[in-house]
Ligand binder design. Sequence first.
Ligand code: FAD
Ligand code: NAD
Length: 475
Amino acid sequence: MADFFDVIVIGGGPAGYPAAIRAGQNRLTVACIDEWRNRDGSYAFGGTCLNAGCIPSKALLESTELYHRAREEFAVHGIKMEGVSVDVAQMQKRKAGIVKASTQGILALFKGAGVTALQGHGKLLSGRRVEFTAADGAKRELTAKHVILASGSVPVELKCAPFKAPHIIDSQGALELDSVPKRLGVIGAGVIGLELGSVWRRLGSEVTVLEALPEFLAIADQQLAKEAARHFKKQGLDIRLGAKVTGARVAGDAVEVAYEDAKGAHSLSVDRLIVAAGRRPYSADLLADGTGVELDEHGFIKVDQHCRTAVEGVWAVGDCVRGPMLAHKGKEEGVMTADLIAGRFGEVNYKTVPSVIYTAPEIAWVGQTEEQVKSSGRPYKVGVFPFLASGRARAMEQAQGFAKIVAARDDDEILGVHIVGPMAGELIAEAVLAMEYSASTEDLQRTIHAHPTLSEAVHEAALAADKRAIDSLNR
Ligand code: FAD
Ligand code: NAD
C-alpha cells in the first residue's frame, strides 16, 4: 500500500464515504480510514447511519408499521387476519441483514472507485500527515495533499441519567432490544424519541416520552407539530411536555425516573429507558497537538461555508461540523469537498436541507416555518391541502395530515413547505427541487401532477396559497 495519497478521509460514515468515492471519481488517489466496530468486533464502513442509525431504524419502522397495519387497518380493506403476532428475533434478523448488505456494499463501491479502504484509527498529525493504527495496534504514517475529517457524532449522555445497559440505553441499544419492554421510557421527544418510541409502541410497549421543552417539536412549523401530536396521542404515545428529567436509577429490573414539570416533581417507573437527548460531535484522539484545526465551544470542528478548516488542505464534513446532524447534509458536504479539491465546482445550499421524521404519519419539511417567516416581517401567504381530500390517500386508507406551503406575498417565492401525512418524506423532494430553483407557487401550480397521486397534495397546496385549490374548500 502507498504511503502517499491525494486525499485521506478519516471517517467512513455517510459524510466520509461519499467524499472518498467522489475523490476517486475525480481520479485522485484516496484512502478512507474508519474504526467502526460491531458488537462482535468486526469492522464495518457506513458509520452511525448504516450501522446504528438511519438504516436499522427505518428497517424496524417498516416492519412494525406493517404489523400495526395488519392488526388495525387491514379489516377495513376487507382483509381478515387472524392470529397476527410478532417474532422480534426475525424482525431483528431482517434488520441485521439489511445493515450487513449495505455496509458491505460500501466496500464494493470503494473498489469500483479505486478507494483504498483502511479499517482502524486515523489521527491527523501536523503537515497533513495521518497516523493510521490497524486492528493489531501496528502504526503507520501516511501523507496526503488533502485530509477530510468526517468523524461524526455520538449520543449525548445525561449526567442525571447515565447509560447503564440493558436498562438505561442509547439509540443503538434501543435498536437492538430482543423483546418488547412492557413499560418504555424515552428522554427527549426529538427525532429519535419519536421514531424509536413509535417502533416499540407499535409492538405493544406502554411508551412515555419526557420532553424538557414546553412546545412539541419546537423546530418544526407549529401547525404541523400540532397535527402530528394529535396523531401520536391517538396512537397511545404518552408525550409529557415541559418535563425535565432530573434523575434515573436502576432498581432491580426497573428504572425509576425522576422529572420536574410546572406542577412539581414526579416519578415514573419503566422497564427500559432510552436516552434520546441529542448527539454531540465526536473527535476523540482525532487531532494531534499542533495541527492547527480548531474546535468551537460545543466541540464542532470549525469550518467555513465550504467545509475548509483554518488549516490549508484540511477539511471537515458531516456531524462533526455545524449544521443539522443529517446523513444527506453530510453526504453533500463530502461530495462538495471532494469536488473542490479536484478544482471543480462545489456548493451546499443549506437553505434547502430537508428534514424527515419517519413516523406514521410521516413528517417532512424544507425551508422556513410559518413562524419564522412571520417574525422576518416579510408579507406572506399560506396554502394548505388536507390529505382527506386526496383520492389516493383515501384509497390508501391514509388520509391524515396535510401539505402546507408558505410563500412570499410580493414575488410569490416558495419559502417553506411542511408536510405531515403519507409518504411525506418522498413528497418533500419536489419541494426541495422547487426551492433549489427558486420556484414560485405559480410554477408549482402550472406543473402537471399525475392523478391520483399523493403529490397532487403539494400541487393543490400551491393552488390554495392563491385560494385557487380545486379539490378542497379555499378557506
Ligand atoms: P457518522 O455516521 O457518525 O460516521 C463517522 C464515522 O467515523 C464512524 O464510523 C466512526 O467510527 C468513524 N471515526 C470517527 N473518528 C475516527 C477516527 N479517528 N479514525 C477512524 N474512524 C473514525 N439522519 C438522516 O438523515 N436520516 C435518518 O433517517 C436518520 N436516522 C437516524 C437514526 C438514528 C437512531 C440515529 C442515531 C441517527 C440518525 N440519523 C439520521 C443521523 C445520521 O445517522 C447522522 O447524521 C450521520 O450518520 C452523520 O454522518 P457522519 O459521516 O458525519 O458521521
Ligand atoms: P434531538 O435534538 O432531535 O432531540 C432531543 C430532545 O431531547 C430535545 O427535544 C430536547 O429538548 C430533549 N431533552 C434534552 N435533555 C432533556 C432532559 N434532561 N429531559 C427531557 N428532555 C430532554 O436529538 P435526538 O432525537 O437524540 O437525535 C439526534 C440527532 O440525530 C438529531 O440531530 C437528528 O437530526 C438526527 N436524527 C435524524 C433522524 C431523521 O432524519 N429522521 C432520525 C434520528 C436522528
